[in-house]
Write a protein that binds this ligand. Structure first.
Ligand SMILES: NC(=O)C1=CN([C@@H]2O[C@H](COP(=O)(O)OP(=O)(O)OC[C@H]3O[C@@H](n4cnc5c(N)ncnc54)[C@H](O)[C@@H]3O)[C@@H](O)[C@H]2O)C=CC1
Ligand SMILES: O=C(O)[C@@H]1CCC=N1
Length: 288
């Protein structure tokens, strides 16, 4: 794994095909860290002129939903980031394949969609980078898993790594582990937010004003993550240091254990991975 090394400037046009939350998170992260100039970023959406106007004014990027212009941008882009929902991917890839040339690099952030299915739907042996980022990329604290098809050369690898290193931590993994990674870091922010929602609600129910309860919860989560990162101690060791024998923390953890907290989190991660696989299988059916 590597975290934010010295960052080179990316001089290529990057087309984001699908201009939703994940595309915006990556673009925001790249632009705020000045790794790419905003006029090298082209964001294409199926519809939604307002959405594109918003992205243009926020980041100075080029945005288009005109079908003729879209085709031109896609035909000429050295890098195309597939960032639509899985349900929209098959149709988009089928029409993308015929306009691509051999060395255009396809980077997918789409959950469940395998390299094999992407190539099958495109109908080409395109170099493919399959990734699973997360929305924390927008503040440079993303965690992205990356797998390469055998057609990706050293320049393609470097370019894809540059994009995601610019917005956080990257790790190259075997494609078969991508679903497990999705269960941990792709969807993981949502579990942490859910835990935070519950802690904030508990504070409010206990009489704290919403602002105070929120501030305390945020700092607690931030501090706990930083403690693991900076002390090098395991979460289990750090947990033990908070937990006095027969004290208040122990009482709280016993309640979590009664709700099978540990196994429930593992079951949630497993179900996420399984759901990603199901989405992948549904997309694979589109090849038939
Ligand atoms: N939101 C997240 O936390 C993460 C999402 N992902 C993946 O990112 C992808 C996008 O997710 P979100 O950004 O959350 O969805 P979103 O719904 O916010 O954005 C998708 C965008 O794609 C556009 N689109 C659909 N078909 C299109 C087409 N043919 N041409 C151009 N634009 C098209 C839609 O209009 C929409 O604006 C998904 O495949 C998801 O699996 C991956 C990691 C994390
Ligand atoms: O919920 C989803 O399907 C996407 C994939 C990872 C995070 N969001």
């Amino acid at each position: 794994m590597c975290q934010q090394p010295s960052i080179p400037l990316i001089n290529h046009n990057i087309v984001f095909y699908g201009a939703g939350s994940m595309a915006e998170a990556i673009v925001r992260g790249m632009i705020s860290r000045s790794v790419v100039s905003s006029d090298n970023i082209i964001m294409l959406n199926r519809s939604g002129s307002e959405r594109l106007a918003e992205l243009r004014s926020r980041y100075g990027v080029i945005g288009s939903n005109d079908s003729g212009q879209k085709t031109e941008y896609l035909r000429n882009a050295p890098v195309i980031v597939l960032a639509m929902k899985p349900k929209d991917a098959a149709e988009a890839l089928r029409s993308l394949g015929p306009i691509l040339s051999a060395n255009q690099l396809i980077v997918s952030v789409i959950a469940g969609l395998s390299i094999r299915t992407i190539q099958g739907l495109l109908g080409t042996q395109q170099p493919i980078v399959r990734t699973m980022p997360n929305t924390s990329s927008s503040i440079g604290l993303g965690a992205t898993g990356i797998s390469f098809s055998k057609q990706v050369d050293e320049n393609g690898r470097r370019l894809a790594l540059n994009i995601f290193e610019a917005v956080g931590l990257t790790t190259v993994i075997d494609e078969e582990r991508m679903e497990t990674l999705t269960g941990i870091s792709g969807s993981g922010p949502a579990y942490i937010y859910y835990m935070m929602e519950a802690m904030i609600a508990a504070g409010i129910r206990g009489g704290l004003p919403v602002e105070q309860s929120t501030e305390l919860t945020v700092q607690t989560v931030l501090g706990a993550a930083r403690m693991v990162q900076q002390t090098g101690e395991t979460p289990a060791a750090l947990r033990k240091k908070v937990t006095s024998p027969n004290g208040s923390t122990q009482a709280a953890l016993e309640v979590l254990d009664k709700g099978e907290f540990f196994e429930t989190v593992i079951a949630a991660v497993n179900r996420c991975a399984e759901r990603s696989r199901e989405m992948g299988v549904a997309l694979e059916q589109e090849l038939k």
